[in-house]
Design a protein around this ligand. Sequence first.
Ligand SMILES: Cc1cc2nc3c(=O)[nH]c(=O)nc-3n(C[C@H](O)[C@H](O)[C@H](O)COP(=O)(O)O)c2cc1C
Length: 325
Amino acid sequence: MIKIGSLTIDSPVALAPMAGVADRAFRELCVQHGAGYVVTELISAKGVSRGDKGSKELMQLGENEHPCAIQLFGDEPETMADAAVKALEYKPEVIDINMGCPAPKVSGHGSGSALMKTPDLAYEIVKQVVDAVPLPVTVKIRAGWDDDSINAPEIAMLCEKAGAAAIAVHGRTKKQMYTPPVNLDVIKAVKECVSVPVIGNGDICSAFDAKKMFEYTGCDMVMVGRGAMGNPWIFGEIINYLKDGTIPTPVTLEEKMSTMLAHIHKLCQYKGEFIGMREARKHTAWYMKGLHGAAEYRRQASYLNTFDDIKTLVEKVLKENSNFQ
Ligand SMILES: Cc1cc2nc3c(=O)[nH]c(=O)nc-3n(C[C@H](O)[C@H](O)[C@H](O)COP(=O)(O)O)c2cc1C
């Protein structure tokens, strides 16, 4: 159990925010499989403040995906505070501030991970958002900007001082992007210097990785990103393994395919078949990973246009893989 301000979360595992991946359809699916907390894709505070259509769409939350945080990015305290107030209309339980995004269009303008280089501004943003909304405000940070400026503990302390109710730490620097193994020591160091809950993030691809993250860093909750792509079962596996050591058993092919179809059906329902099926292509490729003939299925997935196309592909996969389970 973890308490983020007044919010109590029973599950030890959260879904990480992932632009282009963790949309409403995927978040709902992950909650259904045990994720106790989910976060929207990053949303521009300027866009929200201006009332942009795209930002409004990103803030739409489903009934079945709570508790959920709306994640905002920006570099102007007033705009961040204004956006946080506007976000309340969409009924999130938490407002999360992005201090980790390495993308040039975000960090190149002083937002996201660049805020870790401007601690005074980072503090002011958190403070103004905390003062503006009646919800818990959390911050997602990285280890630092680069190897020569690992400052996650200092930034976490500043965020706590400004009123943040929890800190999520992705244990890599901005320069490292997503590749080298996650630095658990920096997450541990953050945990040792703040008293608000710390959410450990990075490279959790199995229940065993989650246990290691908890034991090594002492964090209060773990957050799974890429490990959940095509694999929403990871949440239940983590919960069961932590509870009583249950070793995860492989998901059957039938379950995999029916979950994938349900996921893509929702995607089409929320975004329309044209956009939904284009976005379904990458998800399909992730679900197919490891299957006999996966490379060819992935190639075929890149041509999916209609929901009927994916149903046909699934029939083919089930027929061709029945002997390989
Ligand atoms: C495709 C993709 C999109 C991401 N988008 C966001 C985002 O919108 N906001 C954010 O804070 N982090 C974002 N991240 C970072 C993840 O939340 C997470 O910190 C990172 O992937 C490390 O966790 P993992 O090793 O479990 O994937 C993104 C990561 C990926 C791979």
